[in-house]
Design a protein around this ligand. Structure first.
Ligand code: GLA
Length: 398
């Protein structure tokens, strides 16, 4: 059967699994919801350092069909791997790290920590966001479920608060000590605009996306596993650096408060590694501000240069790239019409994001794909980022 949309697909799977004219135990047809993925133009590994990021929603999605139950059981079926799990909301127990049911449980646990009493529900979900691609497939699932389960329980919660609750789920339940960028973008982003988010004040401004260029996403085929530890290691390195520097720089609470002069003045207190981690965060925060100006001026060349500089800093100072991502960035640099390219997201695999002139995008995609396949034997997944709304309920006519 052909489906026009992911929401039609999850609805049909829901009916197949949970009954023909499913009316739910409380007499409701399943409701449909969708949440986007996120891209990040610039500002990587700055969010958990209280810094700045410039992400946007992207037209890749997670969809869910949900109907409330009368008990407090969540019965959740994932179309992507065919498994169904039952979770008792009265007794949420952690299971295998990194597995999708942990995100479901994490969200339910985190909402319960806020004293929000969810109803049980039957849920079917599916998605087309590549897993481990740095496109926030896990945050998309978290925000989707939080939004949908709250809606089905007739509980209203501000979008910002939904984002923070989901971030807590990921940091404290799943165990990846991420910042707020992903969940915030998916909960509060808007179509066709990036978000300049100050991760300390949690205030944001909307910034128009590059007009003349498109953002090309290329998946290296190497799946990152953020819960594997390297992400938390970086976060701990930043904490260590703050602890050392705070003893000589009054008022320093996070790397957001550090500038290059202070870093150079106190360089001898830090190991070379910690010095480079700090240098990345300080320079990346500066680049976010410069990128915002470049976007406002419509200066694609400048924006591209900043993205490429970000990659070098992530590769050499923060050390979160990998040979496949570096190769993609090198190949991209040689394509005509390409303004800049960098790894995106947590790193250690996943996607690159490149700014390409609109009329050159298809050629660039083909050149990158051909050359990358020749050199690695891997066929890259490629997508030109399109606009997408933040998480929402889909009102169907049926
Ligand atoms: C992951 C985390 C985010 C952020 C990025 C790196 O996507 O979930 O909070 O730290 O990595 O910028």
């Amino acid at each position: 059967m052909e489906f026009n949309s992911g929401s039609e697909f999850v609805l049909s799977e829901f009916i197949a699994r949970f009954g023909g004219q499913y009316a739910g135990e409380v007499g409701q047809r399943p409701r449909l919801y969708q949440a986007p993925g996120r891209i990040n133009i610039i500002g990587e590994h700055t969010d958990y350092n209280d810094g700045f990021v410039l992400p946007a929603t992207v037209d890749l999605h997670t969809w869910a069909a949900i109907a409330p139950r009368t008990d407090r059981i969540l019965r959740v079926h994932a179309c992507n791997d065919g498994r169904t799990v039952s979770i008792d909301l009265e007794r949420i127990e952690a299971g295998e790290k990194g597995d999708w049911p942990e995100y479901v449980k994490g969200v339910a646990w985190s909402l319960a920590c806020e004293d929000l009493r969810l109803r049980g529900a039957d849920v079917v979900f599916a998605g087309n966001i590549p897993l481990g691609g740095g496109l926030s497939s896990s945050a998309s699932l978290e925000v989707l479920l939080a939004f949908a389960l709250l809606d089905c329980s007739d509980i209203e919660l501000e979008r910002k608060k939904i984002a923070l609750t989901c971030q807590r789920a990921e940091a404290e339940f799943v165990g990846v000590q991420c910042g707020i960028m992903d969940q915030y973008t998916i909960a509060c982003g808007s179509s066709n605009q990036a978000m300049l988010l100050d991760c300390r004040s949690q205030e944001y401004e909307r910034v128009a996306l590059p007009g003349q260029g498109v953002l090309l996403l290329v998946h290296s085929g190497v799946r990152h596993q953020l819960s594997a530890g390297s992400f938390n290691t970086r976060r701990n390195e930043c904490r260590q650096a703050v602890e050392i520097l705070a003893s000589v720089i009054p008022g320093l609470e996070s790397l957001r408060d550090l500038d290059m002069d202070q870093l150079e003045d106190h360089r001898t207190l830090l190991s070379d590694e910690l010095y480079r981690r700090c240098r990345h965060v300080v320079t990346e925060n500066l680049r976010v501000g410069q990128a915002r100006m470049a976007l406002e001026e419509g200066n694609s060349s400048r924006l591209g240069q900043l993205m490429s500089a970000s990659h070098l800093s992530l590769r050499d100072d923060y050390e979160v790239s990998c040979p496949e991502l570096d190769l993609l960035v090198e190949i991209a640099a040689e394509s005509e019409g390409l303004r800049g390219s960098r790894m995106m997201g947590g790193g250690f695999g996943g996607c690159t994001i490149s700014l390409v002139d609109r009329d050159r995008a298809d050629d660039a995609a083909k050149i990158i794909s051909d050359q990358y396949s020749r050199e690695t034997g891997r066929e890259p997944w490629i997508h030109i980022a399109g606009p997408a709304d933040s998480v929402r309920r889909i009102i169907s006519n049926g």
